[in-house]
Design a protein around this ligand. Structure first.
Ligand code: AMP
Ligand code: GLY
Length: 430
């Protein structure tokens, strides 16, 4: 296989690493890629959302398939243009990407197909918003319909705050078109888990379960971020729970897509809330691997990722299988101090090679670039994901933090409690 990978974050670095391990992969290209991905294949400074440029790059490189990392190219319809030109793509077309691109679409889809999710109202003006909020009790949940880079979900404690948020979105247009339609839904108590699954439109197979850590500070305090770390698998996600998720959520999702004529090839990300009675409800769908979940899930994945991609694109996922992972992975995000607010860039990053010398350590790059002298420097909020792999959560965590301590750049910041709550399921301890 000659694969063109779209995207340039730590998730895409992990995908490149996983593809590169496969004997099936002859060449890898990336658009735009990053200095970490460049170790595995040539990177081209091309906007992955520009369908025409991506198609030209496919032709110029001789790539025979495309793997989409982030959602933006999928929501923009890049996969449709490629498929039209007979290029196989791992990632859905614009229609399937609506599951992530429109929360209102996703909620109505779940309602149509009996997929458990929080009861909701879709509102377009303040009168409807107030009526939807008054039906409910605090904390309130208000979500912008469209893509908002993780900034579109609000959980205000009072009606006044909730109304203010609706006003900012609906009237002041704070999130532009993305906030012109809102979803108001019931607050769901419980514990969150990420289930990633691969589908070819008919068969749907789970990858190891994982948990993200979205808040900036230890103990889940402070503002939300793109994700400060993750681990997999989740110790309390036992066969029974995973089986329920398969039957109540993943299979109805894929059957629902099929019945609506949406041909979906790629990843379904189910962000789930599990309550103390083991009820599973969908908080959100995404149509690609999670970041930072991919960094741990692919590190622990026991199969051949290129084979999975190929089988999904050729609609023969039913013919391949993979075992439950025996490994555990913990990923810690090293961020620029100040993130998710303002931060400085251009600091020299030292110690990656030293950290990677240790068996069971992987370092995936996100906000990095090479300066004019060829030195690796910071260029974003989330700079690296440092992954430790081990036979137990403790071993993996120790590896990840041991490696993180060897890497340095000015103002580096990371959480010290990634995976600390792994044994706290919603029903007690495991
Ligand atoms: P979303 O973008 O829909 O995943 O929402 C972002 C975050 O808000 C989730 O990861 C949850 O922590 C929280 N959240 C969203 N919807 C709900 C809900 N209905 N009940 C409780 N928490 C929620
Ligand atoms: N980890 C959350 C996401 O990828 O959307």
């Amino acid at each position: 296989m000659k694969i063109l990978l779209l995207g340039g974050g730590a998730r895409e670095h992990a995908i490149a690493w996983a593809l590169n391990r496969s004997p099936k992969v002859e060449a890898l290209f990336a658009a735009p890629g990053n200095p970490g991905i460049a170790r595995f294949g040539r990177c081209f400074p091309i906007d992955p959302c520009d369908s025409a440029a991506v198609l030209d790059l496919v032709r110029a490189t001789g790539a025979d398939s495309v793997v989409a990392g982030p959602e933006a190219p999928l929501v923009a319809g890049v996969a449709d243009v490629l498929r039209e030109a007979n290029v196989p793509v791992f990632g859905p077309g614009k229609d399937g990407a609506m599951l992530e691109g429109s929360k209102a679409f996703a909620k109505r889809f779940m309602e149509r197909h009996g997929i458990p999710t929080a009861p909701f109202d879709i509102v377009f003006d303040m009168e409807q918003a107030e009526a939807a909020l008054r039906k409910r009790t605090p904390p309130y949940v208000v979500k912008a319909d469209g893509l908002a880079a993780g900034k579109g979900a609000f959980l205000p404690d009072t009606l006044e705050e909730a109304l203010e948020i609706c006003r900012r979105l609906l009237i002041e247009g704070e999130l532009k078109e993305a906030g012109k339609t809102l979803v108001v839904e019931d607050f769901l108590p419980g514990t969150e888990i990420t289930i990633l699954a691969v589908t070819d439109g008919k068969t749907v197979r789970q990858l190891p379960s994982s948990q993200d850590h979205k808040r900036i500070f230890d103990g889940d305090r402070g503002p939300n971020t793109g994700g400060m770390g993750a681990y997999c698998p989740v110790p309390w996600a036992d066969e029974d729970l995973l089986d329920r998720i398969q039957k109540q959520i993943l299979e109805p999702t894929v059957r629902g897509l099929e019945s609506e004529g949406i041909d979906f090839c790629g990843v379904i990300y189910a962000g789930l809330m599990i309550d103390s009675r083991r009820n599973c409800r969908v908080l959100e769908y995404n149509v690609r691997l999670g970041d930072p979940e991919a960094q741990v899930v692919l590190s622990a994945f026991p199969g051949d990722w290129a084979e999975v991609v190929e089988a999904a694109c050729e609609k023969r996922l039913h013919r391949i299988s993979w075992s439950r992972t025996e490994k555990t992975a913990v990923g810690v995000v090293l961020a620029s101090g100040g993130y998710p607010g303002d931060y400085r860039k251009g600091y020299r990053i030292l110690g990656i090679e030293e950290a990677e010398k240790e068996e069971g350590v992987l370092v995936f790059q996100a906000g990095t670039r090479l300066d004019s002298k060829g030195a690796l420097v910071t260029s974003g909020g989330r700079v690296l994901t440092v992954v430790g792999i081990g036979n137990s959560l403790d071993a993996a965590r120790e590896k990840a933090y041991g490696a993180a301590s060897k890497i340095g750049f000015t103002d580096v910041f990371f959480r010290t409690d990634i995976s600390a709550k792994a044994c706290l399921p919603p029903w007690g301890t495991c």
